[in-house]
Design a protein around this ligand. Structure first.
Ligand SMILES: [Zn+2]
Length: 292
């Protein structure tokens, strides 16, 4: 079998570049792109069946009001953990928990019978007091390029199964009155950030993330190594840290070993402008240190 060295984000980037070319068959390419995103969505969706990931659950339980989770992942493990979180005083809802207004969508969208979810009492009472900022988009997000409305599927059906990602994005229409535009997914490979600056809520989310980093007294970085392709993220963290006057503690959780670990810690010290970092090699070991 021929083994490809392309990773998921490289495939997305290459397809996007090719779609920018004015070539015959561009519509078929666009369709292939949508199908690739759907395949990604369905694959990631599989890991959501069953119990929520214990580590994500533990992290969600450790959050306090006003805390922010910044994610560069498209998958929904943290969303799922927050959605199922039952803890006094802590609330997270799709409607405002992503840092932007988002309309929940319900059901298995056949195409036509898609409806907005009836607001539950809890949602109506509203006001998420923890935020999940997904700076590269999310597999459950659908965006209307016409009126700017963001939609997301609710995270579980009656049996507790995930129904977040179903159907083709381009077959689902915006439910805003008189709009009816077809929706698009919001999956942003870091190398393509510039293509997405035109979606108004994307710069808004980055701005919120930067402000949260600027105010933070404690920052925990889990499995993120500031890849060089993600120059925007590097820039955001460095800018925020210059203005941060209250940072007390930085914790790194990363499986890197040997030389890679040394390089990683050196990079983190430089970005966070600290001499000392708490370090955990293992996510399970880290989550066992968290307060419930
Ligand atoms: Zn619309």
């Amino acid at each position: 079998m021929h083994r490809s060295d392309l990773d998921m984000e490289e495939v997305l980037t290459l397809l996007n570049i090719e779609m920018e070319e004015d070539i015959p068959g561009r519509d078929r390419l666009r369709q292939a792109y949508e199908e690739y995103l759907l395949l990604m969505a369905l694959t990631f969706d599989k890991i959501l069946y069953g119990e929520p990931c214990p580590h994500h659950r533990r992290i969600a339980q450790s959050l306090g009001a006003g805390d922010t989770v910044i994610s560069f992942n498209y998958e929904l493990l943290m969303d799922y953990a927050l959605h199922h979180l039952q803890r006094d005083g802590i609330q997270w809802h799709i409607k405002d928990g992503y840092g932007i207004s988002c309309d929940p969508l319900a059901g298995m969208p056949a195409t036509e019978d898609l409806q907005r979810v009836q607001e539950t009492a809890a949602t109506a009472a509203g006001g998420s007091n923890v935020k999940l900022l997904k700076l590269h988009g999310s597999l459950n997000w659908l965006y209307c390029p016409q009126c700017g409305q963001l939609y997301a599927y609710e995270h579980s059906d009656a049996r507790g199964h995930s129904v977040i990602i179903n159907g083709m994005a381009n077959m689902i229409q915006c439910t805003t009155e008189h709009c009816c535009q077809r929706l698009s997914r919001v999956i942003i490979p870091p190398t393509l950030m510039k293509n997405y600056q035109s979606i108004p809520f994307i710069p808004e989310l980055w701005q919120q993330a930067r402000q949260a980093l600027q105010r933070a007294s404690e920052i925990i970085v889990i499995g993120y190594s500031f890849p060089t392709t993600d120059f925007r993220s590097n820039w955001m963290f460095r800018k925020a840290m210059v203005d941060n006057k209250s940072l007390k503690k930085v914790t790194i959780v990363d499986a890197a070993e040997g030389y890679a670990r040394q390089a990683l810690l050196t990079k983190h010290k430089s970005i966070f402008r600290v001499d000392h970092l708490a370090f955990h090699h293992d996510i399970a070991e880290f989550t066992s240190t968290l307060e419930r």
